[in-house]
Design a protein around this ligand. Sequence first.
Ligand SMILES: C[S@@+](CC[C@H](N)C(=O)[O-])C[C@H]1O[C@@H](n2cnc3c(N)ncnc32)[C@H](O)[C@@H]1O
Length: 210
Amino acid sequence: MPAREVNRDRFRRYWDKESASFDKQMQFFERLFAPDSRGWVCGQAAGDTLEVAIGTGLNLPHYGAGVRLTGIDFSPAMLDLARRRAEQLGRPVDLREADANVLPFEAACFDTVVCTYGLCAIPDDRRAVREMSRVLRPGGLLLLADHVAGTAWPTRAVQRLLEVFTVPLQGEHFLRRPLYLVQAEGLDIEQRERSKLGMIERLAARKPAA
Ligand SMILES: C[S@@+](CC[C@H](N)C(=O)[O-])C[C@H]1O[C@@H](n2cnc3c(N)ncnc32)[C@H](O)[C@@H]1O
Protein backbone atom coordinates (compact mmCIF):
# COMPACT_ATOMS: atom_id res chain seq x y z
CA MET A 1 0.00 0.00 0.00
CA PRO A 2 1.44 3.48 -0.85
CA ALA A 3 2.73 5.50 2.17
CA ARG A 4 0.03 8.16 1.65
CA GLU A 5 -2.74 5.58 2.11
CA VAL A 6 -1.04 3.95 5.12
CA ASN A 7 -0.89 7.38 6.77
CA ARG A 8 -4.50 8.16 5.88
CA ASP A 9 -5.70 4.89 7.44
CA ARG A 10 -3.63 5.53 10.56
CA PHE A 11 -5.07 9.02 11.04
CA ARG A 12 -8.60 7.81 10.30
CA ARG A 13 -8.21 5.28 13.13
CA TYR A 14 -6.88 8.12 15.31
CA TRP A 15 -10.04 10.21 14.66
CA ASP A 16 -12.28 7.19 15.20
CA LYS A 17 -10.69 6.77 18.62
CA GLU A 18 -10.85 10.51 19.43
CA SER A 19 -14.51 10.86 18.47
CA ALA A 20 -15.93 10.16 21.94
CA SER A 21 -13.93 12.92 23.64
CA PHE A 22 -13.77 15.34 20.70
CA ASP A 23 -16.63 17.67 21.64
CA LYS A 24 -15.21 18.25 25.11
CA GLN A 25 -11.72 18.97 23.75
CA MET A 26 -13.15 21.43 21.21
CA GLN A 27 -15.27 23.15 23.84
CA PHE A 28 -12.10 23.88 25.82
CA PHE A 29 -10.12 25.01 22.76
CA GLU A 30 -12.91 27.23 21.41
CA ARG A 31 -13.71 28.89 24.71
CA LEU A 32 -10.07 29.94 24.89
CA PHE A 33 -9.28 30.77 21.26
CA ALA A 34 -12.28 31.06 18.96
CA PRO A 35 -15.64 31.46 20.67
CA ASP A 36 -17.54 32.89 17.67
CA SER A 37 -15.94 31.32 14.57
CA ARG A 38 -18.65 28.74 13.90
CA GLY A 39 -21.35 31.42 13.77
CA TRP A 40 -19.15 33.63 11.58
CA VAL A 41 -18.54 30.83 9.06
CA CYS A 42 -21.92 29.08 8.97
CA GLY A 43 -23.90 32.33 9.07
CA GLN A 44 -22.48 33.16 5.62
CA ALA A 45 -23.27 29.78 4.05
CA ALA A 46 -26.11 29.77 1.52
CA GLY A 47 -27.70 27.37 -0.94
CA ASP A 48 -26.09 24.01 -1.72
CA THR A 49 -23.37 23.77 0.91
CA LEU A 50 -20.62 21.21 1.40
CA GLU A 51 -18.89 20.93 4.76
CA VAL A 52 -15.52 19.20 4.40
CA ALA A 53 -14.23 17.21 7.42
CA ILE A 54 -17.51 17.79 9.26
CA GLY A 55 -16.36 15.79 12.29
CA THR A 56 -19.08 15.34 14.94
CA GLY A 57 -21.18 18.08 13.35
CA LEU A 58 -20.44 20.89 15.81
CA ASN A 59 -21.34 23.40 13.08
CA LEU A 60 -24.83 21.97 12.50
CA PRO A 61 -26.69 24.29 14.92
CA HIS A 62 -25.11 27.34 13.26
CA TYR A 63 -26.46 26.93 9.70
CA GLY A 64 -29.51 28.85 8.52
CA ALA A 65 -32.67 26.87 7.73
CA GLY A 66 -32.36 27.55 3.97
CA VAL A 67 -28.96 25.84 3.66
CA ARG A 68 -29.03 22.46 1.85
CA LEU A 69 -26.19 20.68 3.57
CA THR A 70 -23.86 17.84 2.56
CA GLY A 71 -21.05 16.80 4.91
CA ILE A 72 -18.06 14.53 4.39
CA ASP A 73 -15.49 13.08 6.76
CA PHE A 74 -13.16 10.09 6.50
CA SER A 75 -13.86 8.88 10.06
CA PRO A 76 -16.97 6.69 10.37
CA ALA A 77 -17.08 7.23 14.16
CA MET A 78 -17.06 11.03 13.80
CA LEU A 79 -19.79 10.75 11.15
CA ASP A 80 -21.96 8.59 13.44
CA LEU A 81 -21.91 11.37 16.04
CA ALA A 82 -22.69 13.98 13.38
CA ARG A 83 -25.64 11.87 12.22
CA ARG A 84 -26.94 11.63 15.79
CA ARG A 85 -26.59 15.39 16.27
CA ALA A 86 -28.41 16.09 12.98
CA GLU A 87 -31.29 13.84 14.08
CA GLN A 88 -31.51 15.56 17.46
CA LEU A 89 -31.58 18.98 15.77
CA GLY A 90 -34.02 17.84 13.08
CA ARG A 91 -31.55 19.18 10.49
CA PRO A 92 -31.52 17.30 7.17
CA VAL A 93 -27.95 16.63 6.05
CA ASP A 94 -26.47 14.25 3.50
CA LEU A 95 -23.50 12.72 5.38
CA ARG A 96 -20.94 10.67 3.48
CA GLU A 97 -17.69 8.92 4.27
CA ALA A 98 -15.12 10.43 1.90
CA ASP A 99 -11.57 11.73 1.65
CA ALA A 100 -11.18 15.52 1.48
CA ASN A 101 -8.38 14.97 -1.02
CA VAL A 102 -10.67 13.17 -3.49
CA LEU A 103 -14.14 14.68 -3.12
CA PRO A 104 -16.79 12.41 -4.66
CA PHE A 105 -18.65 15.27 -6.38
CA GLU A 106 -18.74 16.73 -9.86
CA ALA A 107 -17.06 20.05 -10.49
CA ALA A 108 -19.01 23.24 -9.74
CA CYS A 109 -21.93 21.72 -7.82
CA PHE A 110 -21.92 23.71 -4.53
CA ASP A 111 -22.70 27.38 -3.80
CA THR A 112 -20.71 27.29 -0.55
CA VAL A 113 -17.90 25.12 0.79
CA VAL A 114 -17.14 25.22 4.54
CA CYS A 115 -14.20 23.78 6.46
CA THR A 116 -13.52 24.54 10.14
CA TYR A 117 -10.48 23.17 11.98
CA GLY A 118 -10.10 20.60 9.21
CA LEU A 119 -7.16 21.89 7.17
CA CYS A 120 -4.89 21.57 10.22
CA ALA A 121 -5.62 17.83 10.20
CA ILE A 122 -6.10 16.84 6.56
CA PRO A 123 -2.78 15.27 5.46
CA ASP A 124 -2.56 17.06 2.08
CA ASP A 125 -4.01 20.53 2.72
CA ARG A 126 -3.04 21.88 -0.74
CA ARG A 127 -4.90 19.13 -2.52
CA ALA A 128 -7.92 19.54 -0.21
CA VAL A 129 -8.17 23.28 -1.00
CA ARG A 130 -7.87 22.46 -4.73
CA GLU A 131 -10.77 20.01 -4.35
CA MET A 132 -12.86 22.57 -2.43
CA SER A 133 -12.29 25.08 -5.22
CA ARG A 134 -13.11 22.49 -7.90
CA VAL A 135 -16.54 21.66 -6.46
CA LEU A 136 -17.48 25.33 -5.95
CA ARG A 137 -19.67 26.97 -8.58
CA PRO A 138 -18.25 30.10 -10.22
CA GLY A 139 -19.24 32.93 -7.88
CA GLY A 140 -19.46 30.49 -4.95
CA LEU A 141 -18.01 31.14 -1.50
CA LEU A 142 -15.31 29.22 0.37
CA LEU A 143 -15.50 29.72 4.15
CA LEU A 144 -12.64 28.62 6.38
CA ALA A 145 -11.70 28.91 10.06
CA ASP A 146 -8.62 27.27 11.53
CA HIS A 147 -5.64 27.62 13.77
CA VAL A 148 -2.62 28.73 11.75
CA ALA A 149 0.99 29.86 12.18
CA GLY A 150 1.13 32.83 14.58
CA THR A 151 2.31 36.29 13.55
CA ALA A 152 5.36 36.56 15.83
CA TRP A 153 8.39 34.27 15.76
CA PRO A 154 8.21 33.23 19.47
CA THR A 155 4.65 31.98 18.90
CA ARG A 156 5.77 30.08 15.80
CA ALA A 157 8.71 28.61 17.73
CA VAL A 158 6.31 27.11 20.30
CA GLN A 159 4.05 25.88 17.51
CA ARG A 160 7.03 24.27 15.75
CA LEU A 161 7.92 22.48 18.98
CA LEU A 162 4.34 21.22 19.36
CA GLU A 163 4.40 19.91 15.79
CA VAL A 164 7.38 17.67 16.59
CA PHE A 165 4.90 15.54 18.54
CA THR A 166 1.49 16.30 17.03
CA VAL A 167 2.32 15.79 13.34
CA PRO A 168 3.61 12.19 13.63
CA LEU A 169 1.18 11.18 16.41
CA GLN A 170 -2.07 12.89 15.36
CA GLY A 171 -1.45 14.44 11.94
CA GLU A 172 -2.16 17.81 13.60
CA HIS A 173 -0.35 20.84 12.08
CA PHE A 174 0.14 24.25 13.73
CA LEU A 175 2.16 26.12 11.11
CA ARG A 176 -0.12 25.93 8.10
CA ARG A 177 -1.49 28.97 6.19
CA PRO A 178 -4.64 28.09 4.23
CA LEU A 179 -4.75 31.71 2.98
CA TYR A 180 -1.85 31.09 0.58
CA LEU A 181 -3.39 27.89 -0.75
CA VAL A 182 -6.69 29.65 -1.38
CA GLN A 183 -4.92 32.50 -3.18
CA ALA A 184 -2.96 29.98 -5.25
CA GLU A 185 -6.28 28.54 -6.48
CA GLY A 186 -7.20 31.99 -7.81
CA LEU A 187 -10.03 32.71 -5.35
CA ASP A 188 -10.64 36.31 -4.31
CA ILE A 189 -10.27 36.93 -0.58
CA GLU A 190 -13.33 38.94 0.51
CA GLN A 191 -12.85 38.80 4.28
CA ARG A 192 -9.88 37.83 6.40
CA GLU A 193 -9.74 38.03 10.19
CA ARG A 194 -6.84 37.01 12.41
CA SER A 195 -6.86 36.94 16.21
CA LYS A 196 -5.15 35.42 19.25
CA LEU A 197 -1.55 36.30 18.30
CA GLY A 198 -2.48 35.53 14.71
CA MET A 199 -3.08 31.87 15.54
CA ILE A 200 -6.76 31.89 14.55
CA GLU A 201 -7.67 32.85 11.01
CA ARG A 202 -11.00 32.92 9.25
CA LEU A 203 -11.48 33.54 5.58
CA ALA A 204 -14.26 34.13 3.11
CA ALA A 205 -13.03 33.71 -0.47
CA ARG A 206 -15.03 33.84 -3.69
CA LYS A 207 -14.45 31.75 -6.81
CA PRO A 208 -14.41 34.18 -9.70
CA ALA A 209 -17.51 34.09 -11.90
CA ALA A 210 -16.80 32.26 -15.16
C1 LIG B 1 -10.15 18.81 14.32
S1 LIG B 1 -11.40 17.85 13.59
C2 LIG B 1 -12.54 19.13 13.06
C3 LIG B 1 -13.96 18.65 12.91
C4 LIG B 1 -14.98 19.71 12.49
N1 LIG B 1 -14.64 20.29 11.22
C5 LIG B 1 -15.13 20.79 13.53
O1 LIG B 1 -15.05 21.99 13.20
O2 LIG B 1 -15.39 20.45 14.70
C6 LIG B 1 -10.66 17.31 12.10
C7 LIG B 1 -11.55 16.42 11.26
O3 LIG B 1 -10.91 16.20 10.01
C8 LIG B 1 -11.22 14.88 9.57
N2 LIG B 1 -10.25 14.54 8.53
C9 LIG B 1 -8.90 14.52 8.61
N3 LIG B 1 -8.34 14.17 7.44
C10 LIG B 1 -9.37 13.97 6.57
C11 LIG B 1 -9.45 13.61 5.19
N4 LIG B 1 -8.35 13.37 4.47
N5 LIG B 1 -10.67 13.49 4.64
C12 LIG B 1 -11.80 13.73 5.36
N6 LIG B 1 -11.79 14.08 6.66
C13 LIG B 1 -10.60 14.21 7.26
C14 LIG B 1 -11.12 14.07 10.86
O4 LIG B 1 -11.79 12.84 10.75
C15 LIG B 1 -11.82 15.03 11.85
O5 LIG B 1 -13.20 14.80 11.90
